[in-house]
Design a protein around this ligand. Structure first.
Ligand code: ADP
Ligand code: MG
Length: 623
């Protein structure tokens, strides 16, 4: 057998290697933005068309390149940033591999114009699939402009793999945010399909955050800072009450490079422990400066991961820095999210004389005695029947066929209070008539509602059950366009960033069908004059935030899936959560509503809602 191994031609090798560096348009944006920063640009312009599939162009006013360098820059492993291996440990540039331009040129049409300050004329270079198709001397401004067109034109499989323009734009925007947040001293402009998305003037870190995320961000930020021998920490954390249900505004920068670090994220979350609800995430913008020799940014080709020499120390420092920040700005005492802190201590109290605290005992108190609803129980009536009327309350009785005889013996249960005794205080007034029903329920671990059926028992996941109920309710309202809304006494004006506002405008009509009534829509704020019956005024901001972030992640063009997404998001956001105590009437109402649903088995997110345990199952365990 003869020799069969051959070296791959350059353009094939380049195409294969390109896959490592360029996964999607956003990867190109990141590499080109970083090159512009390495070239010491003062102003950088990013222009995108069709989610970057048609065009990504970056224009900078940096150092520019000579004709020779321009040509060389597209060769693999051609870089001006390191010369020897040791340079890797003292890196002050973003790039160092010399791979980006070669990779991009292998899979797109590239048009580059560049000129250093010193020369009169510059270079205009065109490359298609690694081949130079033209090179001319040209009169161009100082700096570099690179236009990347028809990405993946020669790898159709890759091109087909790309998501919708909106999703790709979202990824590009994420990369843009990361780079812009790390470099507030550089001005950025970002255009998409001819309209300006961001215009970020040169600023400080705080201003940059506010310019990107909107004016409402300013009041959320608490500065943190710490200077130790190992690390210098600076930046901002969001006040705990602004923690969000979705991940999003969480940024670590190490030596001005955006990184992901689950370990350091954990340190931040640990500092917030007890201050935020368990299902929410704190927002943060944290800038760490460490000795470049103490980190290795080489472990991942897209370079968002780093390895630190001394992670444990970093963890401890970060956690205490944040705790300190939270304490210093008096954020910690504001534990009650809804309450206005000014109301805590009535002013007149300062004139009151001190009196000895005493203990009073209710001698007649019997913990096993059933207390009349609404008179003294501390349990919460959190669950509002989402179907309003009781017309449905008996509809799950089919599950109960033949149960009547069991009820007498079960009655003892209802007079005992289970988990719900640890109630969270009444959030909603008005009791539910369902309590007159004979069915008995109790709450287990503030998580499950347990009830009996003819064949045994049902264990219902309270949160999923409520999601199902709300989901069907909203879906129905939206489809038949018959939502009931409550007029607000004073219109609510909520600030949003420009890009959030664009999203809101897109989904505004669908939202209106759920019961939202909108007043004026301005560039950075929205006026709301009515909200759906099921949404409390204080929940509106949270609901809209969640909607925006869900829509951004999962934009789909057809109206059916938009309706579905809307109903899902509302259901997810507004549902009773695991950990919430429900009183007896709320438990029962929830069970009733669930079994009145069209689909009862799975939540809107396709998770099982309840399990049944038959008498048989139980018998077997007693053998
Ligand atoms: P790296 O950034 O890892 O060095 P690239 O392939 O991204 O590799 O770029 C190759 C070289 O081209 C860089 O080292 C730099 O010298 C030059 N270069 C790229 N983009 C620019 C730019 N916008 N301005 C000036 N020089 C640039
Ligand atoms: Mg580079």
């Amino acid at each position: 057998m003869g020799d069969i191994i051959q070296l791959l031609p350059d353009h094939v090798a380049n195409q294969i290697a390109a896959g490592e560096v360029v996964q999607r348009p956003a990867s190109v944006v990141k590499e080109l933005l970083e090159n512009a920063i390495d070239a010491k640009a003062n102003t950088i312009k990013l222009i995108v068309k069709d989610g970057g599939k048609a065009l990504i162009q970056i224009v900078d006013d940096g150092t520019g390149m000579t004709a020779t360098d321009a040509r060389l820059s597209f060769e693999r492993h051609a870089t001006s940033k390191i010369r020897k291996a040791e340079d890797l440990f003292d890196l002050d540039t973003k790039g160092f591999r010399g791979e980006a331009l070669a990779s991009i040129a292998a899979i797109a049409h590239v048009d580059m114009q560049t000129k250093p300050a010193e020369t009169e004329l510059g270079t205009h270079l065109k490359i298609e699939g690694s081949k130079v198709t033209s090179q001319e001397v040209a009169a161009v401004p100082k700096g570099t402009s690179i236009a990347v067109k028809n990405l993946f034109f020669n790898i159709p499989a890759r091109r087909n793999f790309l998501k919708s323009n909106q999703v790709e734009l979202r990824h590009i925007t994420d990369e843009f945010h990361r780079v812009a947040l790390a470099h507030p001293s550089i001005a950025f402009h970002f255009y998409n399909n001819g309209s300006e998305l961001f215009n970020l003037p040169k600023a400080n870190y705080r201003q940059r955050i506010v310019h990107i995320f909107g004016a409402k961000t300013n009041q959320k930020l608490v500065p943190v800072s710490e200077d130790t021998q190992v690390v210098k920490v600076s930046g901002f954390i969001n006040k705990p009450e602004f923690s969000k249900k979705s991940r999003g505004e969480q940024f670590f920068f190490v030596n001005n490079r955006f990184i992901k670090s689950p370990y350091l994220h954990h340190a931040v979350v640990a500092a917030f422990e007890g201050l935020i609800r368990p299902d929410t995430y704190p927002g943060y913008f944290l800038y760490l400066e460490v000795d470049p020799g103490s980190i290795d940014i080489n472990i991942h080709p897209t370079k968002t991961e780093v390895k630190f020499d001394d992670e444990h120390t970093l963890y401890a420092i970060l956690r205490s820095t944040i705790k300190h920040g939270l304490g210093q700005f008096n954020v910690i005492p504001a534990l009650d999210f809804e309450q206005d802190r000014n109301l805590d201590t009535p002013y007149a109290y300062k004139d009151k004389a001190a009196s000895l605290p005493g203990v009073t005992v209710d001698a007649g108190f019997n913990p096993f005695q059933e207390v009349a609803q609404g008179k003294g129980t501390s349990t919460s009536n959190r669950y509002k029947s989402s179907f309003g009327s009781q017309s449905t309350s008996k509809s799950w009785d089919s599950l109960y066929v033949g149960l009547e005889s069991d009820l007498e013996s079960n009655e003892g249960f209802s007079s005992m209070k289970f988990e719900s005794d640890l109630g969270t205080g009444s959030i909603f007034d008005g009791k539910h008539e369902a309590e007159e029903s004979h069915a008995t329920t109790f709450q287990l671990k503030r998580k499950y509602i347990v009830t009996t059926i003819k064949s045994g028992m049902v264990v219902i996941d309270q949160s999923r059950a409520h999601q199902r109920v709300l989901y069907e309710k909203f879906l129905k309202n939206i489809t038949i366009k018959e939502a009931v809304s409550q007029q607000l006494l004073f219109p609510l004006v909520l600030p949003f960033s420009k890009s959030d506002m664009r999203m809101l405008k897109d989904i505004k009509d669908s939202l209106a069908t759920t019961g939202f009534v909108f007043g004026k829509l301005e560039e950075e704020q929205i006026e709301i004059t009515g909200v759906p019956l099921l949404v409390a005024e204080s929940e509106v901001g949270m609901v809209l935030d969640q909607l925006i972030s869900d829509c951004q992640m999962e934009v789909s063009a057809d109206s059916f899936s938009q309706t579905d997404l809307l109903a899902k998001t509302l259901a997810k956001t507004l549902s009773v959560k695991t950990g919430e105590a429900l009183d007896a009437s709320s438990q029962l109402a929830l069970v009733n509503d669930l079994f009145a649903c069209k689909e009862t088995q799975v939540s809107p997110f396709n998770k099982p809602v309840y399990i049944t345990i038959t008498e048989n199952d139980i018998d077997k365990r007693f053998i």
